[in-house]
Design a protein. Structure first.
Length: 512
């Protein structure tokens, strides 16, 4: 049993105050870099975008780090400041309203895990958990054989399991695996670069896709994305310095291999999987959710880049596909936000385009082929290196839209516990990006009573598939990881409610 000194809360308060300038610097450092700006070091992003995770120093159950420096989740401050604001977190602009609003009503049980108790309590009793969870998981809405696992994050010990080693269709909870694999392979501070290059003898400018799914052509990227407009401005300036005013425009998508089309086919939930796209190929101004996509994201991005070059005084031809040679001279580059921010945005909004991009980036980082099969091998290999239970697992895509994906409840909880490991701080964004019940992303409209603000989880929904996996702080201040998986469901609404009831009951359980 670990005891915390009675002065831990004043120490945390002083640490939080001292950390404010540093947190501000980290937030500023999250802005995409243009051309040759230096990249921040890994330690700057280990707690994820705008989450300092100071509770790590307390050595308590808060090792998973889903809190900001005040001990209150950032998302809860957003809710308290703007209860009527539309749901979903963009991770790009300023969060919430100016000033420091009072904590949301759900803050108290969250704060319990940050020192509201004088010692770390022992793990819940497994028999007591089984007594309260098993009847809930026998709900007919969850199909014939639902699977579940609950793990004590502090020790990594499994506290409850039923069918937890059964490989089931996970839907979007697959993104947790994608996040952990990508962060493990590339580190939290990794950035994805898009560049413009000039072929020296032909005056051909090639827009080279680097695989950044957040590249935007919008007027103001707001620090949340690399700007195609900034790339065009830098490129035009470099061309003007060379006395070049007319160019042949091309684009290069050779970074990725294989079929661009996801196995589900043309679908409003994602664009073609291309290393070059602007605004995820969306046909409106939306930043998340399903919407019609352009038929060729790379060609669309190149066309928009050409229009921007023209606005800066450079005449271009209509763009066509090409490949930049080794002789091509880089004119300008823009880089994505750090991988920590990309992971958080992917998880909070369940962004399929980012998920597929990160799966391919994992393949590239580990020397595998950047296609669906290569991403499957790369993700599996990274998770195997972490010692995670992969029996039966299959990652046929990065997003979970593919019904051939297979994960177990044991693997999902192991992924969450690994992301909480103090020795693997680069994995922390896999926790800090999880939607917060009743506040952010895909959980905004769920848990309007009960466990709002206490459950933090990734949802998964396909026809006949409902899953939920994440973390929560129970009534005794203990941090638990859980995974509930249901296949062959017939009523998605009722299945979702049944999963939420199970998570809420686990959060309210005083099962010591």
């Amino acid at each position: 049993m670990v005891r915390i000194a009675g002065a831990v809360r004043p120490h945390l308060a002083r640490a939080a105050a001292a950390a404010k300038p540093r947190v501000a610097r980290l937030a500023r450092a999250g802005k995409p870099q243009v051309a040759r700006l230096a990249r921040p070091k890994t330690w700057q992003y280990t707690a994820g975008a705008a989450t300092a995770g100071l509770a790590l120093a307390a050595g308590v159950v808060t090792a998973a780090g889903p809190w900001d420096s005040s001990g209150q989740r950032t998302a809860e401050r957003d809710r308290a400041a703007a209860l009527n604001r539309p749901g979903g977190t963009d991770h790009g602009g300023t969060s919430g309203a100016p000033g420091r609003p009072r904590p949301a009503p759900s803050a108290a049980p969250v704060l319990t895990g940050l020192g509201g108790v004088s010692k770390v309590r022992s793990a819940p009793d497994g028999k007591a958990l089984a007594h309260v969870l098993t009847p809930l998981l026998e709900d007919p809405a969850l199909g014939p054989r639902p699977a579940a696992a609950v793990v004590d994050v502090t020790s990594g010990r499994r506290l409850y399991g039923t069918g937890s080693d059964a490989a089931l269709t996970p839907a979007s909870t697959t993104k947790i695996a994608t996040a952990v694999a990508a962060l493990s392979a590339m580190g939290a501070d990794h950035r994805i670069t898009t560049r413009a290059a000039l072929e020296p003898d032909t005056r051909e400018v090639v827009l080279v896709g680097g695989g950044d799914p957040t590249l935007t052509a919008h007027e103001d990227a707001g620090g949340s994305s690399a700007s195609l407009r900034e790339l065009a401005a830098e490129t035009a300036g470099s061309l003007a310095d060379r006395g070049v005013r007319e160019v042949t425009l091309s684009y290069d998508t050779t970074l990725y291999a294989g079929d661009e089309k996801h196995p589900i086919g043309v679908n409003p939930n994602l664009a073609l999987v291309s290393p070059l796209m602007a605004d995820e190929g969306r046909t409106d101004d939306s930043t998340s959710g399903p919407v019609a996509r352009v038929p060729d994201p790379a060609a669309d991005a190149a066309r928009r880049f050409g229009d921007l070059l023209k606005s800066y005084g450079i005449e271009t031809t209509a763009p066509g596909p090409s490949k930049a040679t080794t002789r091509a001279k880089t004119l300008a580059t823009v880089s994505s936000p750090p991988l920590s921010a990309l992971v958080e945005r992917m998880l909070t909004n369940s962004d399929n385009d980012i998920a597929e991009a990160l799966a391919r980036q994992t393949a590239l980082a580990t020397g595998d082929r950047a296609d669906f099969d290569g991403a499957d091998r790369a993700v599996s290999a990274q998770l195997r290196k972490l010692g995670l239970p992969l029996k039966g697992a299959s990652f046929r895509d990065g997003s979970g839209l593919n019904r051939a994906d297979r994960l177990t409840a044991d693997l999902l909880t192991a992924l969450l516990a690994k992301a909480a490991d103090p020795d693997r701080p680069e994995l922390r964004p896999a926790l800090t990006g999880l939607p917060v019940a009743g506040f952010t992303g895909t959980l905004t409209s769920r848990y309007t009573d009960g466990a709002a603000g206490v459950v933090r989880a990734k949802t998964g929904t396909l026809t006949g598939v409902n899953t939920l996996a994440g973390t929560l702080v129970d009534q005794e201040g203990r941090l638990l990881a859980f995974a509930f998986m249901a296949n062959d469901t017939t009523n998605p609404g009722e299945a979702q409610k049944a999963l939420d009831r199970a998570a809420t009951t686990l959060a309210k359980c005083g099962c010591g």
